[in-house]
Design a protein. Structure first.
Length: 278
């Protein structure tokens, strides 16, 4: 599949985008929204989807060496940027495949324009809180010993992709991304109080994919998230923590690709049936 890398203007922001595949309308489009681990963490998801789809992978402002955008302070702001990006790309309808911070952004987008999205695959989503205001839902990953944070996020700490990236450029990049993550998710920590009330608006079918060893959220968090959506199912990936797309890339990419393909097919059959009735 050809890859085009370019920068596009969207909602007064300049967004770095990888465009995998053809834009001639012959393939369905999937927008992939990476986690706080950076755009490289989405490589397996992107590769697994490009066989049958056009894949658009933006780098969140503040990640992958890209600057943050003044005035874009929360995931909801990034959602507006990406909706405008889809307008610039003339993508009227697509699927979302996203992880963690990216999944939060994706749910904000879907709450704003639910009819635009055929399906959503949310890997280890955050962004919503179901417990009380003072009850703990999310682990502390912004401060604290690095080894302790890694143990919380990964089933196998040796698979942390930053473990072997100790060069000066990598250290700077990781610190920039951590700072940007803090900028987007702090106060209130890792959730948008308004988003919980908007979840019933998200009508596309949703697949929530989690790692069996995810210690970042409370045990009841993903089942509660699944139950709060109109049409959602939950699957787990063995031997994976909060980032199954990193620890078990093949299994996670297969879940995503199959769900996207199934709902593409169901949508086509539904439209064909309606056309026949007319």
């Amino acid at each position: 599949m050809p890859i085009e890398r370019r920068k596009l203007n969207a909602w007064d922001a300049t967004v770095a985008v990888e465009d995998h595949g053809s834009a001639d309308g012959t393939a369905s489009t999937v927008i992939v929204l990476h986690s706080e681990e950076g755009p490289q963490s989405a490589a397996a998801l992107t590769a697994g989807l490009t066989h049958e789809n056009r894949v658009v992978l933006p780098s969140h402002p503040g990640f992958g060496g890209e600057p943050r955008v003044p005035g874009a302070d929360r995931p909801r702001d990034l959602a507006y940027i990406y909706l405008d990006l889809l307008d610039q790309l003339e993508v009227d309808e697509c699927a979302i495949v996203a992880s963690s911070l990216g999944a939060w952004i994706g749910f904000e987008m879907a709450a704003m324009e639910p009819r635009r999205f055929r399906s959503i695959v949310a890997v280890s989503p955050v962004g919503v809180k179901f417990a009380g205001r003072t009850d703990r839902t999310f682990g502390e990953v912004l401060v604290g010993p690095a080894d302790q944070i890694t143990q919380m996020l990964y089933h196998d700490a040796a698979l942390d992709p930053w473990r072997e990236r100790a060069g000066p450029d990598d250290v700077v990049l990781r610190m920039e991304q951590k700072e940007s993550f803090m900028h987007y998710v702090w106060e209130p920590y890792l959730h948008d109080p308004a988003l919980r009330r908007l979840l019933p608006r998200i009508s596309p079918p949703v697949l929530i994919v989690t790692g069996e060893s995810d210690r970042f959220v409370t045990e009841d968090y993903y089942p509660a998230f699944t139950a709060a959506l109109p049409s959602a199912e939950l699957v787990q990936v063995a031997a994976a923590g909060h980032y199954p797309e990193i620890e078990q890339p093949a299994a996670t990419a297969e879940f995503a690709a199959q769900f996207v393909a199934k709902n593409d097919s169901d949508r086509v059959h539904t439209r064909t049936g309606r056309g026949g009735q007319q």
